[in-house]
Design a protein around this ligand. Structure first.
Ligand SMILES: [Zn+2]
Length: 455
């Protein structure tokens, strides 16, 4: 890959002088100045207009200590300058063979420190299983949608004021937050005909795959959003049912129901927030079986062109397993809103203009004053709180000296493998624990535990 990373923001903010000092210091062999600059610029791979990185300058001039320092900061040895040379190519040309060896071995071991074998998750569990065919081509076909709604095989799930109707099952499970297993109320149209006649918010979720062999007969799923529901009607729909909070409902559902719930809850919450046009304030109406809202003011500019206020929102956010420079410690933190004693990975929303690596660097620095060096993508999953796309990453930091932002976190600590094993198995002597297995945070923590066991 070619390095084209001098950023406009660097120049505008005055950071450019540090980028120049960083590269010049690497070329001159000033180790302390390189370290100082890294604390300011926080990106080990920055380069000049010719695509030369600090690693290339150090390799050009044979500065072994700086090469080792940059490798310790997880610099990318595969970056090429504008004429296609890597740092190893440059070191080879200038006969710095000891540096060539260091660079060629860096994938496996650098000065005794090894990269974690942290494989990317191809498929995030719990909510990503491909259970429903969304059949988006049917969303404008009102007659087909009406027929599906009246089909006895069709299943509805019901939300009252954004909360789902569910049935508490006997038994309980120690893995869940409150020990109660829930099952969503799923019914056909027979018991909700009067509700349907009242034209509530109805969202077509999709066709369940594999239920019936003939595709045209696949079972359809819909969600209904109600503002309120009397106890009498609730009992009529499903005796013994309850209207429950989203959490811990979401993590206490069977996997298939969690997937359907996640989609439905996100859409219901979006409709709740967009009943009035964000552009002109007029009322909006539901279209495309619940996947679009159109402003009723014919003169509104949202009716011309494409506008993200007309379609369901998804908010990207990063969640990061932050590890120490040697990979042997994991940073876990408590947000002020977490359940008592629960520690999780750092997370934060992406801001406009950022790629996910930028967000990882910014969030880790904002929350803990730690500088990220190397970042690896892990996997992603949808989280219906209300509609977040979580992007999971592993991030190395350059040192372990952290300073917590009290507005974001109530605590953050480095943990070793032994402690984290106790936390995820609910055996920690202080009662500390990690999020449940349905979360991406848990998957990241488990993957770090697996990777660290091989070091
Ligand atoms: Zn409008």
């Amino acid at each position: 890959m070619l390095c084209m990373r001098i950023l406009v923001s660097d120049v505008m903010s005055g950071r450019k002088q540090y980028v120049d000092l960083y590269l010049n210091s690497a070329a001159a062999g000033h180790t302390e100045k390189v370290q100082m600059c890294l604390k300011v610029i926080r990106d080990v791979n920055l380069c000049n207009e010719k695509g030369w990185t600090a690693l290339m300058f150090a390799a050009r001039n044979g500065h072994v200590d700086i090469v080792k320092l940059l490798l310790d900061h997880r610099c990318d040895v595969n970056i090429m300058n504008n004429i296609g040379q890597t740092a190893a190519d440059i070191a080879t040309f200038w006969n710095h063979n000891h540096i060539v060896s260091l660079l060629k071995d860096s994938d496996h071991a650098v000065d005794g420190k090894a990269f974690l074998n942290f494989p990317s998750s191809q498929k995030a569990v719990y909510t990503s299983d491909d259970i429903l065919d969304r059949a988006s081509d049917k969303r404008k076909d009102k007659q087909w949608l009406e027929e599906q709604m009246m089909n006895k095989k069709t299943q509805f799930i019901i939300f009252v004021g954004l909360k789902p109707m569910a049935i508490p099952l006997q038994g309980g499970n120690s893995q869940t937050n409150n020990g109660v297993i829930l099952k969503l109320v799923t019914i056909n149209s027979d018991r909700i005909l009067d509700i349907l006649r009242g034209k509530p918010l109805v969202i077509f979720l999709g066709l369940e795959k594999g239920v019936i062999s003939q595709e045209t007969d696949n079972r359809a799923w819909f969600a209904i959003g109600l503002d309120s529901l009397s106890n009498e009607k609730q009992e009529h729909i499903e005796p013994g049912s309850i209207v429950v909070d989203m959490f811990p409902t979401f993590i206490n559902l069977p996997k298939k129901e969690a997937r359907i719930f996640s989609q439905a809850r996100s859409l219901i919450a979006w409709h709740d927030r967009y009943q009035f046009c964000p552009t002109c304030g007029a009322r909006t109406t539901v279209e495309d079986a619940g996947y679009k809202r159109t402003c009723l003011n014919a003169d509104c500019r949202s009716n011309k062109g494409t506008h993200n206020t007309c379609y369901p929102r998804i908010d990207p956010s990063v969640i990061v397993a932050v590890v120490s420079p040697d990979g042997r410690q994991l940073l876990l933190a408590r947000a002020n809103t977490f359940p008592q004693l629960m520690y999780s990975c750092l997370s934060g929303y992406m801001e406009p203009g950022e790629c996910y690596e930028d967000t990882v660097r910014r969030e880790v620095y904002e929350e803990c004053s730690l500088t990220v060096s190397y970042i690896q993508y892990y996997g992603n999953k949808h989280w219906c709180g209300p509609s977040i796309l979580l992007i999971g990453c592993l991030a190395y930091v350059t040192d372990t000296d952290l300073k917590i932002d009290p507005e974001e976190l109530s605590d953050a600590r480095w943990f070793n493998r032994k402690d984290v094993l106790k936390m995820i198995s609910h055996n920690h002597p202080l009662g500390l624990f990690c999020p449940p297995e349905q979360t991406l945070s848990y998957q990241l923590i488990r993957s770090w535990l697996t990777a660290i066991s091989k070091l």
